[in-house]
Design a protein around this ligand. Sequence first.
Ligand code: ACO
Length: 403
Amino acid sequence: AIDISKLRDQSGYITLDTGFKNTGATTSSITFLDGEQGILKYRGYPIEQLAEKASFIEVAYLLIYGELPTQAQIDDFQYKISHQTLLHEDMKKFFDAFPHNAHPMGQLCSLVSSLSAFSPESLNPNPTKEETNLAVIKLLAKMPTIVSWIYKGSLGAPFIYPQHKLKYVNNFMHMTFGRLTEEVIIDPVVIDALDKLLILHADHEQNCSTSTVRMVGSSGSNLYASVSAGISALWGPLHGGANQAVIEMLERIKNDGGDTEKWINKAKDKDDDFRLMGFGHRVYKNFDPRAKIIKRACDNVLEKLGINDPILEIAKKLEEAALHDPYFVERKLYPNVDFYSGIIYRALGFPTEMFTVLFALGRLPGWISQWLELRDNKEPIGRPRQIYTGETRREYVEISQRG
Ligand code: ACO
């Protein structure tokens, strides 16, 4: 055991809080989250109202600039974004170089980081307001193109170029599901559902990927590099990667005969590493307000598109069983945002490996606003301390005398 009283550092005591369960890293005026009450607000606006009434691009504006836009502001924002959606033609070589089956998240973090190479203004350590805003617009504009082209690349299909006249989510769906050979009309139900999902994912205060963006940004790294690091953090199955892991788990349960009780017991077994993916949250200990909205949206989308997905039944059975099981009740484990999101993405036509990339697309305005806030606050470089538990002092031994 470590005797904390002996761990005095020159500058005082060190607080040890692995996983930062109770440590605040910053002040922020972007997102409010109350895990006990299940409340989530962006800039003071309840998530329920934004999901019902706003568009994703409006929410992006709200997060980044702090206020809901007027019509003139949103038109200007949309105009600026739509004129930055093209990628430098040389970037196509990157897409060509990845194997077709390379995981989309690995490609996404590399491609976003590479944007700095094509935007030298982003490397200015003391950027002007205009330079910073240009980087923000470029990143928002180019990310959907990158994501769509990753998808097209995975199919070996030709890239579909962005269209200025289309709105943000429509343009993304056009590049993703459009074809060179014929016009593809995307069902408005699909556009609405994706818009809602992106809004629900747009920010979530100091989660793992956002803290990563702020940590990297705190050393003065540019926006593209900071967001690329956030994408890497999001990839893990305990964070954004959970949406892919949920569908893989539900498929496994279905193929195993659909016995949900057996899998619930497996999740409770402490000798078994299996966890019920899409359950539990570090902060929400009552319910995840996003999950409530998503569950309704999921039923709605499947009904409107006339899809009968057997894994939805398994998901509902798992949720129902867990709600009454003392193991889950005592530990306050409820479905989180990603429990149902994958079922919707699947219904919209996305393959499982694209799910976490879609999460990243949604989280982008949040990462950007947090990076801007860090800069505006002139926060110091992030540099946590540690409690050293290794050897005290050893004398160097020549290699011939070791072992
Ligand atoms: N299935 C079974 N047991 C679980 C689960 C789960 N999904 N989640 C937590 N537990 C148990 C733990 O085993 C632990 O039990 P114990 O007290 O007997 O040791 C207890 O609940 C507390 O769990 P921790 O891992 O300490 O909680 P923490 O806050 O560190 O982790 C996390 C939260 C990572 C979300 C966790 O619940 C988990 O792994 N869930 C599954 C993955 C997932 O869905 N991630 C997405 C999160 S949402 C997002 O990032 C968008």
